[in-house]
Design a protein around this ligand. Structure first.
Ligand code: TRP
Length: 332
């Protein structure tokens, strides 16, 4: 294991041209902040994406868009490793090794596998099943100490630890044991149309979610139409899910506390508040969209950056892979 001054963070996101405000305020913004304190490795998890069917043109575009968006939100490729998973062959190689140290029964119990199999009943491919082995490979290749994960990926991190532990017991000192990292602040952004649900791009109602690349007028419209209750006073209360959600978004964007927001909007109606939230979000996203467009218009820079990222990642990943291969007994 390498000696590191700072703890290493690993995280990854599947390529989608439609990252949401929820992804940003709940996770991605923390990725940016963590760069100050940690040694960070961030990946566009394109290999994971093909566990469900993808159109080649769409996949290609979305990988590039997601990479550009990661730079646009402020991931700094000079400081962190920011690359595309499939560019580093060791991910696939390590996933195979790890799949031989994971049990069929263990993977069968993964709730994401059960959910996705139900949703894509016509394509329950083996990759969907062995998904956690690839995710474990991602994390373990870089000897990550910490993995910021949401609720939905907690089980995958747990199985990663089980695999790492089993492997290390057979062949000592190969992998660092990763832990879940829970950032101090992570907004839980809910659907603007059904606040009992998390904001998601798979929301059947497109007004329920805001994409990071939405146009200002669309963002304003979505906030103006956001579902609230009939009380019409800007105050949080357990049963006012709609207004709570808007207040949480406004707090996350402006850095204000709930109390400050209540004071600011005392005696004012929902209409005024929704406009303020919409405007705050538009201003938050404006520079991100601007930078995103600049990157997308500079393909040479993008390519140079993701190639350099992959090169640097490869050097670390190779070392771990080679160590694991040798320990297992390969002539390597
Ligand atoms: N499976 C994760 C998701 O869908 C993405 C991912 C892939 C990941 N590899 C990872 C997250 C490693 C954390 C660590 O959200």
């Amino acid at each position: 294991m390498e000696e590191q001054a700072k703890k290493r963070i690993y995280s990854a996101i599947q390529p989608s041209g439609m990252l949401t405000l929820g992804n940003y305020l709940g996770a991605l913004r923390n990725w940016v902040n963590m760069q100050q304190e940690f040694d960070c490795v961030y990946t566009v998890a394109d290999l994971h994406a093909i566990t469900v069917r993808q159109q080649p043109g769409d996949l290609r575009r979305q990988i590039l868009q997601t990479y550009a968006l990661l730079l646009a939100i402020g991931l700094n490729p000079e400081k962190s490793l920011v690359f595309i998973q499939s560019h580093v062959a060791a991910h696939s190689q390590m996933a195979w090794l790890l799949s031989c140290y994971a049990q069929f029964g263990e993977f069968s119990r993964m709730t994401q596998f059960k959910d996705k199999s139900a949703k894509h009943a016509d394509n329950i491919n083996v990759g969907l099943f062995s998904y956690p082995a690839l995710m474990a490979a991602d994390i373990l290749l870089y000897q990550a100490d910490l993995v910021p994960v949401g609720e939905d990926q907690r089980q995958h991190l747990e199985i990663t630890r089980v695999i790492a532990n089993r492997f290390n017991n057979l062949y000592p000192n190969v992998f660092t044991m990763p832990s879940a990292y829970i950032p101090k602040t992570a907004a839980r952004v809910r659907s603007l149309q059904d606040p009992s649900q998390k904001m998601s791009k798979s929301d059947p109602n497109p007004n329920g979610w805001v994409a990071l690349l939405d146009k200002p007028e669309d963002i304003m419209r979505k906030f103006k139409r956001a579902v609230t209750d009939s009380e019409a006073s800007v105050r949080c209360a357990p049963d006012k899910e709609g207004i709570n959600n808007l207040m949480e978004i406004y707090a996350a964007v402006t850095g204000r506390t709930m109390q400050q927001i209540e004071d600011e909007f005392a005696g004012k109606g929902y209409g005024e508040f929704k406009t303020a939230v919409g405007e705050a979000v538009v201003e938050l996203l404006r520079p991100i969209q601007q930078r995103y467009n600049d990157y997308m218009n500079n393909r040479d820079y993008l390519e140079q950056t993701y190639r350099a990222g992959a090169g640097a990642a490869e050097a670390i990943a190779r070392k771990t892979l080679s160590r694991a291969m040798k320990k297992i007994g390969f002539v390597w």
